[in-house]
Design a binder for this molecule. Structure first.
Ligand code: NAP
Length: 331
């Protein structure tokens, strides 16, 4: 491939302190000098992409920038493994943060960021899950490693209608857990029940209370929101249960006492999908492609074009995004 090859990308520019994204023509020659050049056919939308595109310096410091923390497609140049023509998935590490990401038709990344496409999958299917699905899988994996079981009581999923939440609900229901979904969207109650939630509670169920402990009604939880809801959740987990914590849409600060930890022996489990070793990601991708497959999430995923990115990313920032959204570069 010639270095003067051009491609289309959705790039964000900083103009007078404002961040504006639009489609533009880029050159492969300007991509970073890493080992593997990938023709990206699909990407996936995540809350972090919305943060990057809106100028959050904790995610992206340097503009202009191509966001997209997820990418899937075909290797077109490589010094070794993965080889040319191989279909691969890239999620996390620095992709879409400072390294140009999946909202462009090409990325060039280190070989150790690339995972071979699971057997029977294509790029679109992988990107229905994307980082959000991988994170949901990692949360479930951590809960199971701590011995979580349906017999301990219902498992709660917060931010249930979001990208991570929907996949968590479907996997946990498939594993036989009784799932309580917590969602701020009344109109999503039916969809969450269709994914397998036994009940859907409004966000008020986890509003701030002054007591250090509450009735232990839940066995375990996947928390995608942090902040006050996480603090309240910790008070309601039954003895020996665990909360896998991965997000901060309700806030990064969690005010708690040690009481749930020392009187009920509960566990707060941190989940990172970005910097963990590739092999840990590979194991969960394999689960998602086999035992933990989410056919309902797959059937309900929405495909968008680069031209629709702006609106879709703004919906994330307002907490209005629903389910899984795939960016299809051919649209
Ligand atoms: N640790 C990691 O590696 C990792 C990986 C991926 C994502 N994350 C984080 O996980 C979180 C969820 O990501 P996502 O992609 O699923 O985002 P998302 O699609 O926007 O989902 C978040 C959901 O949280 C709920 N929500 C939004 N604002 C809220 C508020 N102020 N209070 C309570 N609930 C609120 C909404 O669901 P309802 O309307 O149904 O309540 C929303 O759909 C984000 O913080 C993201 O950065 C972390």
């Amino acid at each position: 491939m010639g270095n003067d090859t051009e491609y289309q990308a959705w790039r964000v520019h900083e103009k007078d302190g404002k961040y504006v994204g639009s489609e533009e023509t880029c050159r492969v020659a300007d991509l970073p000098a890493n080992e593997v050049l990938i023709r990206v056919t699909h990407s996936s939308l995540n809350y972090k992409d919305a943060l990057s595109a809106s100028g959050n310096k904790g995610v992206t410091r340097t503009f202009p920038h191509t966001p997209g923390i997820d990418a899937a497609g075909e290797v077109v140049e490589s010094g070794g493994a993965p080889g040319k023509s191989q279909q691969v998935i890239v999620t996390g590490y620095d992709l879409g943060m400072e390294t140009p990401g999946g909202f462009g038709e090409y990325i060039r990344v280190p070989a150790e960021w690339c995972i071979e496409m699971p057997s029977g999958w294509d790029a679109r299917r992988a990107m229905i899950y994307g980082t959000a699905g991988l994170t949901a899988g990692l949360c479930v994996d951590k809960l199971l490693r701590m011995g979580a079981s349906p017999e301990q009581g219902p498992v709660v999923v917060t931010g249930a209608s979001g990208a991570v939440g929907t996949v968590a609900v479907e996997i946990l229901a498939g594993l036989g857990f009784t799932v309580t979904a917590v969602s701020g969207k009344k109109e999503q109650v039916g969809a969450l029940k269709a994914l397998g939630a036994a009940e859907v509670k409004s966000r008020e169920a986890l509003e701030a209370s002054t007591r250090p402990m509450l009735k232990p009604v839940y066995g375990n939880a996947v928390d995608t929101v942090g902040g006050v809801p996480l603090a309240e959740l910790l008070k309601q987990i039954a003895p020996g249960g665990s909360v896998a914590c991965c997000g901060l849409v309700a806030g990064p600060t969690v005010e708690t006492t040690v009481m749930p930890f020392i009187l009920r022996g509960i566990n707060l489990l941190g989940v990172d999908s970005v910097e963990i070793p590739l092999d840990q990601k590979r194991q969960v991708w394999h689960k998602l492609a086999t035992d933990w497959a989410c056919p309902k999430t797959e059937a309900s995923a929405r495909d968008i074009s680069r031209g629709e990115l702006d609106g879709a990313l703004k919906a994330f920032l307002k907490g209005e995004s629903v389910g899984k959204i795939v960016l299809d570069h051919s649209r």
